[in-house]
Design a protein around this ligand. Structure first.
Ligand SMILES: *[C@@H]1O[C@H](CO)[C@@H](O)[C@H](O)[C@H]1NC(C)=O
Ligand SMILES: *[C@@H]1O[C@H](CO)[C@@H](O)[C@H](O)[C@H]1NC(C)=O
Length: 533
């Protein structure tokens, strides 16, 4: 009886204290279920699905229909499979892709161009470019007509390197890596991918997690193992201990981030966080609906003797996206609590995001959505500091049947820092540079009506989000020098740009001013090699 009363009491407390954060439905029908989502430096968001999915919900512009004998489902296709989404008005513009981009990889390079690589069938070795343009201009996908990948890559992962080139790793039954633009070495064997490949009869190492460490070397995580690759010599510099618990890569799809790099340690320390995953048998035996992994592992990849520290999440998660929030915390969003990636292979949606706080290693459950985001769903950080959520299609074609219909709705998750009660603490950018050179000092001016704590300036990259992993995601806490009051409520902040390109590859970043953990709207800044003229 006593226990029952306590339980009722706790339930009432829980109901009275609403979980933090809120949701907004931005659009009912974006036309496509976005399997790959990327924020562009023009402030729009690129959505990309695959070509052989049959009719989508949005037509191509007149004259743009695709007539391709290599396309197996719709040889003559007047439907779009990629769109450009504009936050604010929440509108979409159809884009044209020529060959199959299914489960592909991508990266944004120094001039802001999105480079997409591989896919399946006729698109499996293609390289495609999307060069963002000003609103009103009709920029579109362009397929490279002269150069292809060295081999077909389906479920590969990309990472921009310090020299600005793209490292492309793996793919189904492909145990190599290569570079875009290509290097004389061509494709290089990576036995690590073979070793982590067939352990339980499934490929559990697809879409490996890649993180560019501040040394310029690349941390590669596949299944439960990880190595450090020198991309220039090809040497494997380290083999890390195996993580405990379930395997973590597709189809046992967990996720991973490198925690924000920090000026406080001279940007030398890199800590990897891997969360979620699925039972070894979840993909081969989907009927059982095994509970997903409830653990995360933390590994300081730059330490002398790195060991995994295991943490427990409030509930299990598979197929959850991980996003570095502008206040340095980590959001886990989307996914399910049972099963694995793959068509119809998961259940029990993880409707509540969770925020991990690296300072005290705690997890806080957030307000839930009512829209399940299962296989093939995505999430990205917007300049507004909101999280855009798009996609979810656990079917071969667009199929609008319960319980998990193909999802065309676009939502935003608003972390608690966007609550109006923090508006007086929110920095508004008055002036900021559009370019900063490595190691240079720059000044940013913000207004804050009622500042409470110190300022932080953080750079956030624009990753390629697909299959729960944001390829190329990184965040930097910049060094702040003098802060001076220049007018009523106005502060001029002197800061130092990243020291070199292994800490932050050249390109466009969202520059967030953060005050007392409350971020303002980001301004766009291009990190460049030499001082602008
Ligand atoms: C979505 O559709 C519902 C039902 O028709 C409607 O009430 C709502 O206003 C729509 N929302 C948006 C963002 O269009
Ligand atoms: C598609 O191309 C084929 C030739 O490859 C042509 O015979 C056919 O008429 C075209 N279809 C349409 C609708 O344009």
């Amino acid at each position: 009886m006593h226990g029952f009363r306590v339980a009722v009491f706790l339930l009432l407390i829980h109901m009275a204290m609403a979980a933090p954060g809120s949701w907004q439905l931005l659009m009912n029908d974006s036309g496509i279920a976005s399997m790959h989502t990327v924020v562009l430096h023009t402030g729009t968001v690129l959505f990309l699905d695959r070509t052989n999915v049959g009719p989508s919900h949005i037509r191509l512009a007149d004259g743009n229909c695709r007539n391709s004998t290599s396309e197996m489902v719709s040889p003559y296709d007047c439907f779009a499979h990629s769109v450009e989404f504009t936050p604010g008005p929440n509108t979409v513009r159809p884009l044209t892709i020529q060959t199959d981009t299914w489960c592909s990889s991508g990266a944004v390079v120094a001039d802001g161009t999105l480079v997409q690589t591989g896919g399946d069938f006729d698109g499996s070795n293609k390289i495609r470019y999307f060069k963002p343009c000003a609103s009103g201009a009709n920029c579109d996908w362009a397929e490279d007509s002269t150069t292809t990948l060295q081999t077909r890559r389906w479920y590969a992962t990309n990472q921009v390197l310090a020299d600005g080139s793209i490292l492309v790793v793996g793919g189904q039954n492909v145990f190599t890596y290569e570079f875009v633009p290509g290097r004389p070495a061509g494709q290089v064997a990576l036995p690590f991918l073979q070793e982590t490949h067939k352990v339980f009869g499934d490929d559990q190492n697809l879409y490996p997690f890649l993180h560019l460490l501040p040394s310029g070397n690349v941390f590669i995580f596949a299944r439960r193992d990880s190595i450090l690759l020198d991309p220039n010599s090809g040497n494997i510099l380290r083999k890390y201990p195996s993580i405990e618990g379930e395997p973590r890569n597709y189809p046992t799809q967990g996720s991973s981030v490198m925690l924000p790099l920090d000026n406080a340690d001279g940007f030398t320390k890199a800590t990897i966080l891997v969360c979620g995953g699925a039972n070894d048998n979840a993909y081969s035996d989907p009927k059982t609906q095994y509970p997903a992994s409830q653990t995360c592992g933390l590994l300081e990849a730059t330490a002398a003797d790195p060991q995994w520290t295991m943490l427990n999440m409030p509930f299990p998660r598979v197929m959850s996206d991980m996003i570095l929030l502008p206040n340095g915390r980590v959001l886990l969003i989307n996914g399910a609590q049972k099963g694995s990636a793959g068509w119809e292979f998961a259940s029990d949606p993880a409707l509540n995001p969770v925020i991990y706080n690296p300072t005290d290693r705690s997890f806080e459950v957030q307000a839930g959505t009512y829209i399940p985001r299962m296989y093939h769903s995505t999430a990205v950080l917007l300049p507004s500091a909101q999280i855009l959520v798009a996609g979810s299609n656990t079917h071969q074609f667009y199929t609008f049947k319960e319980p998990y219909p193909t999802e065309l709705r676009v939502e935003a998750f608003l972390p608690d820092y966007l609550h109006s009660s923090f508006d007086s603490q929110r920095p508004t950018v008055k002036s900021a540079p559009s370019q900063i050179a490595y190691g240079s000092t720059f000044v940013m001016t913000v207004t804050v009506p009622a500042p409470k704590g110190g300022f932080q300036l953080r750079l956030a990259s624009t990753p390629w989000a697909t299959h729960s992993f944001s390829q190329g995601q990184r965040q930097l806490a910049l060094a702040i020098g003098m802060v001076t009051i220049t007018d009523v409520d106005e502060y001029s902040i002197t800061a130092t740009a990243p020291p070199h390109a292994a800490v932050a590859p050249a390109g466009y970043y969202m520059l967030f001013a953060v005050q007392n953990d409350v971020p303002g709207f980001a301004s766009w800044v291009q990190v460049i090699w030499n001082q602008p003229n």
